[in-house]
Every structure is written in structure tokens, then in C-alpha cells.
Design a protein around this ligand. Sequence first.
Ligand code: TXA
Ligand code: MG
Length: 355
Amino acid sequence: MKKTIVLKVSSTKPEIRLIRLAARIIQNGGLVAFPTETVYGLGADALNPKAVKAMFKAKKRPPDNPPIIHIADKNDVYMLAKKVPKKAEKLMKALWPGPLTIILERSKILPNITVSGLDTVAIRMPRHKVALALIRESKSPIAAPSANLAGRPSPTTAEHVLRDLDGRIDLVLDCGSTRIGVESTVVDLTVNPPQVLRPGGVTYERLVKILGKVRLHPVAIADKKVKMLRARSPGVKHKHYAPRAKLILVEGSSTVAVSEKIQELVNRFMDDKKRTGVLATDETMEEYEADVVKSLGSRRNFRVIAKRLFACLREFDDEGVDIIVAEGLPLKGLGLAVMNRLRKASGYKIVKVES
Ligand code: TXA
Ligand code: MG
């Protein structure tokens, strides 16, 4: 086990001395967890196959699920991709730096291991001064999946990173909580019309405004298990975002009916002597009687809900909950990203309530 160093860094004026120290670790093939505007990433030099291999190992990530390549200069896309279609340029112009990842055909510059042997590559330019400074000082694109153990909720604080990866990585740059809280939106631009493979910080509605026609792939909606070609959406077969507790999601158009169903399930689990939690919203939380009740925030503010989601899932584990029953939310705006995570976290154990 190695010693993981933690350095507090200013997110508004990153201390260059600390950034250089981190960059040196990346250049030497080491692993650095760093904040982005979405979640913390676990960075390795994308052009160094040994470093990327160590990253997969530290996170226990299956080697068939490639990371996102992070850049600090839009022009680097032309080095990493074989072709950059007009639509990609439109998105880069409108949304970078920001929580958008684009899938393009890849150039030969990236080692096979970095792209899990695929013909495509996922690229993003994050909107975070520390992330951008680290990439620049490392003088190489940085391969960075979320900095959690594979299958666990993504980390939105340095503490979450340490919970999963202390002793397994070299350094964490600590900037407190991340602003958005769900990961970037992943859009595949190798197909026409473009397809959203993972909803995230950029809403579907926004993409449609910029590009016109955009498809939502079934894996983005995630209301059931989807079988598909690995080359199109690697990683879908793996477990995602799961707290240690079992999670059941209750969905329906009537909040009253959903709340009633949740309480009915909670009563049943508590009768079975299971420590039971409810993941609720400000508008509904008073209605539940359970061992632990947590609110994600108000249904009128999905930004707060998205920001708190992963931390709430981890808190249930800290409180020793066996089963979490979660309220479904509308699929509009950031709600789609939140529901994608909850549906996957449930392993598709979704109860639909008719009203
Ligand atoms: O916000 C984010 O995107 C964060 C921060 C750190 O940037 N990163 C992140 O990385 O969430 P990760 O590795 O946890 O998720 C990357 C997603 C996975 O679902 C992976 O399967 C997909 O991108 N992906 C990577 N390469 C791909 C490719 N060539 N084609 C399709 N999907 C790809
Ligand atoms: Mg991840």
C-alpha cells in the first residue's frame, strides 16, 4: 500500500507550486485524483500505457470500459481524433469547457489500453481551474474516469475519493465539493443523428437546441437492462453507482401515489427487521416513517438534487442502512441524469405506480 498525499488547493486561484507537484506525479506515471466541475477524476497520463494500466488497477475497473480523455485546449481534439465533424465543433464551441464528453473516431496517438481497444475515444475539456492547470502542466492529455472504486457512487468530495482509494493512489487535490455533482453528458458523434449515451451536466434539451435532432439512446434512459454492442457503449454491462445497501426505485406520475407505495414497502422491510432508508425530496420527506429519511432537496431545484445525489447515497451506507427506497423524479432537465443514476444504482429494481 502506498501513502496517499492530500493537498488542499484553491479552486479560484490554484497554487502553481502544488499543481506542478501533481503534474510531476502524472509525468512520472503516477495517479492523481483531481476535482472537475462534475465529480472528482482519477488522472493518469493518457499517452503512458503503464500509467493507464495502474489507473484501471487502482479503481478495480474492468479493462473493457475506457476512461474519458481530458484536455485543456480545444485544439487537442484534432490530435486525439481522426475526424472532427462539424457538429462536434459546434458543441465544443458552445459547451467547452464544460460537462460534455464527445465520442469521436480515434487517432493512432493513444495507446490501445487507454481506449480499451476501441476505434473511438471519449474527450472532454472540464470547466475547473485546477483540472485545466493540471492538464496544462502535465503537458499531456489526462485519462480520468471518476475517482471511485468501480461500481460505487462517483466522488463529489476528496473524502469520498479517500474512502475508496486511500493507499491505492499517489495524490488527491482537495477543492471541497464539486459544483454539478453528476458526471458529464456523453454524446456519440460517430453516428447520425448524434446519440446521448449518458445524460449528465449538460441537459438533453440544451443539446437539441444546439444540434437540432439528437437521439436518446436506451442506455441513457436506463429504465431497463439493454443489450448492445460493446463498441457503442462500453461498460453498460457493469454495475454502477451502487451504494452497499440495496436500492429500490419507485416511479409514477402522481407523487402522492409514489409516496404511499414507498411507505408500504418501507413497512414491509421494517417488519422483516431490515434497517430501511427513504431517499425523498423536501416536499415529501415529512410523510415518511423509516429508520433514516433523507431529502435530496426541493423538486423545484434540480441543481441541488444533482449536487447532493452521490453524497446522499454514500451517507446511507455510513448509517448502516440495508435497503433504500428512492422516490422517482421527473425526467426533465437534470432530472434525466439523476434518474439515470438512480435506475442504474437500483440494478433496474424499479416499481412503477399507476395513478
Ligand atoms: O464528468 C465526468 O465525465 C467525469 C469527470 C472526472 O470528468 N468522468 C467520468 O468518467 O465520469 P467515467 O470513466 O466514470 O465515465 C466515462 C464514461 C463511461 O460510461 C464509459 O463507458 C464511456 O464514458 N466511454 C468512454 N469511452 C467511450 C467510447 N469510446 N465510446 C462510448 N463510451 C465511452
Ligand atoms: Mg464512473
